[in-house]
Design a protein around this ligand. Sequence first.
Ligand code: MG
Length: 160
Amino acid sequence: MPASRTGIGYDSHRLVEGRPLILGGQRIPFEKGLLGHSDADAVAHALTDAILGAAAAGDIGKLFPDTDPQWKGADSIKLLFEACQLVRYRGFTPRQCDITVILERPKLGSHFTAMAETLSEATGIPVSAIGLKAKTNEGMGFVGRGEGIAVIAVATLEEA
Ligand code: MG
């Protein structure tokens, strides 16, 4: 059996007015969006870190520093794709991921199919091996107050 490696990723961004809400490459209709140097797609960022972490290949901030103007407003799905190219170059193939988005609003369930398709295209992971879930934080903390959104992701890579 080929060796497998697992990585974890976490990301959070502040919810503010005047920004589009982009999660998993989808523009989600909502009155606020996530603040960040890139498009602030916390789903793509957490998954990117999980994939990089599994390969012990650093993290998204190291690969695509937010001090670098070339990543300003960047499409985070492209960064995810680039990170997958890097781990493939190092001999790993992304096989599976599981993602939990923690937010009070909006409801995300109707966007999961489109998100999974976009994440599948970027990573090469089949849609059937991409888990997507949303949880509220029961009104507690920064998520509970609607100040931000957090995402936790786990990814498994197969070693060639
Ligand atoms: Mg981020």
